[in-house]
Every structure is written in structure tokens, then in C-alpha cells.
Design a binder for this molecule. Structure first.
Ligand code: GAL
Length: 424
């Protein structure tokens, strides 16, 4: 009986569909998995990464964590290279600045223009940021946030105990360091890893030479500027900091250095505002337990570090959909706020309210706009924003060798810097 047969089939089919709907299997069939490479493993960073995971899961997808520990991301980049070479790229990877162009030129990144168009990225992002995310006019990455690198973190109680004042110039910095030392407090918490040495150095270069000098020397890599009297002064100032760090600094992770300031064992740290994420995760309050102030002499400048995720070409449709959903979620106003509150950064999306943010973030947001106007907004060399990876790596090595050597003069360091700048 064909009629009864087809009626039966129809009702069976609707029963089955009903069961799928009840079990939620309909949407799940569309769900995908996104493997995300990042290096956010410290207290504040992990809280921020958790927010990213939650926003993906809220869209019904699965998060596959691919965390490679190591501040600054050098270790993560090494692992990423071997994964891509073996044809096994993750869906998304934390890749920043000029390196995005290098990866895109390899042909492994996917255009995410469909998402960008639907979500109006060209309107909600500052043009300088959008340009970094595009390869040949197409978006291949999504920006997450804006970090300011040129900060000095101060433990309020330690300064009070030492009778020290929060420094705004390098002279005041060394006066404060002396006072802290006399009070038995390690003046500067430092982690002797090459990217941390370079983070300190670039703050000194901006503080000693100003934003234009920094740009000419460490962004344009102009040989004469790299070997100028101002650079010599910057190198000498940088080296003067070392005796105020402790003996165990070599190899120390940045967040352990931040922890020394959080506990009051050390008075100060020069570090980007991901350090604030650590203070916040430890329950400390800005303005009360700790102070954020621009690194000496850099109040009118802003060295920026924009975290971003590059999207790799994928084979599975479901995973590609999940990847696009992640990209869209990253620039949603809600995620922008939650993420930066935990990370210590500011939202990269324009026009968001800052009411929930603390004074450090509010100052950062204002200075970002002001310095963009004045021309003192500069890309951070130490955080992959300024020059191709090969030159950055070579400069990083010279600066660390200079920091660690008792014999290398500033003049020799300048010669080596000029050579390193030519690395391709
Ligand atoms: C930076 C990165 C930040 C921060 C820091 C320490 O390069 O952009 O997000 O986490 O490294 O790991």
C-alpha cells in the first residue's frame, strides 16, 4: 500500500527530525572545531584566553587549545612553523604585525573578507590596524586588542617604604632605584630573556631619543641613526639599569618578574600592559596597590602591540564555519570588553565605552588617539610590530649580548646593531 507506506515514512521522518531537534543535533551537525595556537599561559593571559574559548563555545563549536608557553611568543612561532611545514596548520594562530605578510605570502592563510564585510570591519577598525590585517587588500587576520608597551609598573607600598617618588624621567628613575636599593628592595624586576631585554631597551630609546628618533632607528633601521650619539646615550642608559636588577634575573619569565612587584619584593618593572593582567588576577587595585605610569620620558609616546589571529586555509567546511564564527566573535563589542579587562589591554574596536575600565586603560585609550594625531604612535620592535622577523631576531640578540656582556662597548653594540638591521 504505497499511500499508507509514504504516510508512515513521513511520520517516521518527522519523528526522527523531532528527536534531532530535541537532542540539539541539528545545529551540532553544523558545529566545527577550531584549533587555536597562542602563548597565553600566565594568570592574566589564561583568563583572557578563557574568554576567547567561551565565546567560541557559545556559538556551539569546539575549542582545541594549542598553547605553547613562552612570553613574547618565540617558542610558539617555532612550533607553528613545523606544524605548517608538515601540512598540519591550526585553524587560527597568534601572528602579529609584518609577520602576517610573510605568512600570507606563503599562500597558507585564508581570506576572511566575507566575515569582514558582514561585520563592517573597515568601519569599526582604525585604518592603520586594518591595513596590518590585510594581504593584497584581503583580510587574513583579525585583531584582538591594543597593548601599550612603554609602561612602568610600581609597587606603591615598596615606594612608600623607600621614600621614593614615581619617576617621570630617567634621572628620577635612577634616584628611585637607589632609594629602593637602600631600603633592601630589588629596584627593578627583570626577566633576562632576549625579548624582555628588548622590551626594556625600546622603552629607553623612546625615553632618551623621543618617538621620531625611535622610528628612524628601530623601525626604519636607518644606519646613521643606529650609530648616532643619541643611540650611544640610549645604550648607556639601558646598561645603567642592569645593576638594579637581581642576580636571579637570567632566564626568568616576565610574569614571575611581575609577581615580584606584586609582592613588593621589587619596586618596579618595565613591561607592556599585559603585566596589569597579572596584578588584576592577583586581586590588586590600580592606583592603590600599584601604579601604572609611562616608562620614563615616554609620556607623550605610545609604542603599540596589537594581538591578532591569522586564519589558515582549512579543508573541512564545518571547521571553516567555526573559524569564521571565531573571527566574528573576536570583534564583537562584548568580547572586546571582557577580553581586554582580563588582558590589561584596550579594545581595538572603535567607539566602545570605557566605563568598566580602570584609569590605566582609560589613559591608554586616550593616549592611543592623541599620539596617532601627534605622530608619536610607534610600532613595538620587541613585539613583532616594527620590522620583519629576521631583522627583529638579529637585533634582539645584539641587545641581549650587550646587556649581558661586561666587555662590549656601546660603540661596538652600535656597529653590531647596524649589521643586524640588514638581516633578511
Ligand atoms: C606579547 C603579546 C602579549 C603578551 C606578551 C607576553 O608579545 O602580544 O599578548 O601576552 O607577549 O606573553
Amino acid at each position: 500500500m504505497p499511500v499508507a507506506d509514504s504516510a508512515l515514512r513521513r511520520s517516521l521522518l518527522s519523528l526522527a527530525l523531532g528527536a534531532f531537534a530535541t537532542l540539539g543535533l541539528g545545529p551540532a551537525a553544523r558545529a566545527g572545531e577550531v584549533e587555536v595556537l597562542h602563548w597565553w599561559t600566565s594568570g592574566g593571559e589564561a583568563r583572557a584566553a578563557q574568554a576567547l574559548k567561551a565565546s567560541l563555545q557559545a556559538k556551539g563549536h569546539q575549542w582545541k587549545d594549542f598553547a605553547v608557553a613562552g612570553g613574547g611568543g618565540d617558542a610558539a612561532m617555532t612550533v607553528l612553523k613545523s606544524r605548517v611545514v608538515s601540512g598540519n596548520a591550526p585553524a587560527a594562530a597568534q601572528i602579529k604585525g609584518p609577520a602576517l605578510q610573510e605568512w600570507a605570502a606563503e599562500g597558507v592563510l585564508a581570506s576572511i573578507d566575507d566575515v569582514a564585510k558582514a561585520e563592517h570591519w573597515d568601519e569599526v577598525l582604525p585604518k592603520v590596524v586594518a591595513d596590518i590585517m590585510k594581504y593584497k587588500g584581503s583580510y587574513v587576520a583579525v585583531p584582538v586588542n591594543v597593548h601599550r608597551v612603554n609602561w612602568l609598573w610600581v609597587n606603591t607600598a615598596a615606594f612608600k617604604k623607600a621614600g621614593a617618588n614615581v619617576p617621570t624621567t630617567w634621572d628620577e628613575f635612577f634616584t628611585a632605584a637607589e632609594a629602593l636599593k637602600k631600603a633592601g628592595i630589588t629596584p627593578i624586576a627583570h626577566g633576562g630573556q632576549n625579548w624582555q631585554d628588548l622590551t626594556t631597551f625600546e622603552a629607553v630609546v623612546i625615553g632618551v631619543g623621543g618617538a621620531d628618533f625611535y622610528r628612524k632607528a628601530l623601525v626604519q633601521l636607518d644606519p646613521a641613526t643606529l650609530k648616532s650619539p643619541t643611540m650611544e646615550k640610549a645604550l648607556a642608559t639601558f646598561k645603567r639599569i642592569k645593576p638594579y636588577t637581581d642576580r636571579n634575573a637570567a632566564g626568568r619569565d616576565w610574569n614571575l618578574a611581575t609577581a615580584m612587584v606584586i609582592r613588593g619584593e621589587a619596586g618596579m618593572q618595565i613591561m607592556g600592559d599585559w603585566a596589569k593582567g597579572e596584578f588584576i588576577a592577583a586581586g590588586k587595585q590600580p592606583g592603590k596597590d600599584f601604579i601604572c605610569t609611562p616608562a620614563p620620558g615616554t609620556a607623550k609616546a605610545f609604542s603599540f602591540n596589537i594581538d591578532s589571529f591569522a586564519m589558515f586555509k582549512l579543508k573541512s567546511d564545518a571547521n571553516t564555519r567555526a573559524q569564521r564564527d571565531l573571527a566574528a566573535a573576536i570583534l564583537s563589542p562584548e568580547f572586546q570588553e571582557t577580553f581586554s579587562l582580563n588582558k590589561g589591554s584596550i579594545p581595538v574596536r572603535l567607539g566602545l565605552k570605557m566605563d568598566k575600565f580602570d584609569d590605566c586603560a582609560k589613559a591608554s585609550a586616550k593616549d592611543f588617539v592623541d599620539t596617532a594625531r601627534s605622530g608619536a604612535l610607534v610600532p613595538s620592535l620587541a613585539h613583532g610590530m616594527a620590522v620583519p622577523a629576521a631583522a627583529e631576531g638579529a637585533i634582539k640578540d645584539v641587545i641581549s649580548q650587550f646587556w649581558n656582556s661586561d666587555k662590549m662597548s656601546a660603540k661596538e653594540a652600535m656597529d653590531r646593531l647596524a649589521t643586524a638591521a640588514r638581516t633578511r
